[in-house]
Design a protein around this ligand. Structure first.
Ligand code: NAG
Ligand code: ZN
Length: 274
């Protein structure tokens, strides 16, 4: 596989305000030496602590932008949660599709949310893997990593009859071994280019919304490859406030709000396998 010639972007934001504030380039290897993580990224980072889910992008062999001009993809990680069904209502009302990078056991249990996953699928959203228990894959053995993937896949298959082929590594954390294994297992690895950082300021929706305004409001944005936005449907205001605001804004600016698969031009028959 290709070596990681471009570097992982690790943003160290003392103020935690905006994604695009002066990212510091650091080699991938630093991830492996990072401090131990707690179970959910949302709860993990005390100010100043390491957190690669901040703005990991530009990693060779992963996807962080839409290829289809004029599209944007909203992605929701770490669910499903008790808020997710309401998010599905909002998406249905606004007639747009989103992508869910779901966990099996990460604060919420996938089996407690079977109905919401069935509905996600039926409503035409894309269901993708965020691993079984949201561990940093770069710290796991090949056996453990494989288990994190297949356990989630099997649970999804039990619910909707198929297994997801798109995945996002927890914390955006990878290394050459992780990327190599995930590819061997047949996954398309999706990161993001726009991080709302909603988990850092779950009630300050305006700060998250500014990320949309900045990316989609710039002149000519609609004529460029679309953006992939990261947020988390385990946070109440992300669901009840941010999602609707973001969708309205994107539509008003003329974008199509679609799944990651669609924004990459991949037919929905290729989002899953038996
Ligand atoms: C979600 O709702 C169920 C049913 O009302 C409840 O038992 C559970 O504790 C809730 N989960 C969380 C994480 O709040
Ligand atoms: Zn996550």
């Amino acid at each position: 596989m290709a070596p990681i010639s471009r570097l992982a972007v690790v943003a160290m934001l003392a103020s935690a305000a905006f994604v695009n504030a002066a990212p510091i380039l650091a080699p991938m290897a630093s991830d492996a030496a990072a401090p131990a993580l707690t179970k959910t990224d949302s709860l993990a980072a005390a100010p100043g602590s390491w957190n690669s889910e901040l703005s990991k992008r530009g990693v060779v062999g992963t996807i962080d932008r839409c290829t289809t001009v004029g599209t944007v993809a909203l992605t929701f990680d770490d669910g499903p949660s008790n808020y997710t069904n309401e998010l599905l209502d909002i998406l249905a009302r606004k007639k747009v599709k989103a992508t869910f990078f779901i966990n099996g056991q990460n604060g919420n249990s996938i089996m407690a949310h079977k109905a919401v996953i069935e509905r996600m699928h039926k409503d035409g959203h894309q269901i993708a893997s965020h691993t079984w228990s949201h561990q940093d894959l770069a710290t796991l053995s090949v056996t453990k990593m494989t288990e994190e993937m297949t356990k989630l896949d099997n649970a999804v298959k039990e619910i909707i009859g198929v297994r997801p082929m798109f995945m996002r590594p927890p914390y955006g954390s990878t290394n050459p071994g992780v990327l190599s294994l995930l590819k061997k297992l047949g996954y398309t690895i999706v990161l993001w280019d726009q991080d709302t950082n909603d988990w850092r300021h779950p009630k300050e929706v305006d700060i998250s919304f500014k990320v949309y305004e900045k990316a989609l409001g710039e002149a000519n944005a609609i004529n460029q490859p679309g953006h992939i936005f990261l947020q988390h449907d385990i946070h109440e205001y992300t669901v009840t406030k941010l999602a609707g605001m973001a969708i309205d804004y994107a539509l008003e600016k003329g974008f199509k709000v679609v799944t990651v698969g669609e924004c990459l031009g991949v037919a929905n028959t290729k989002w899953y396998r038996k």
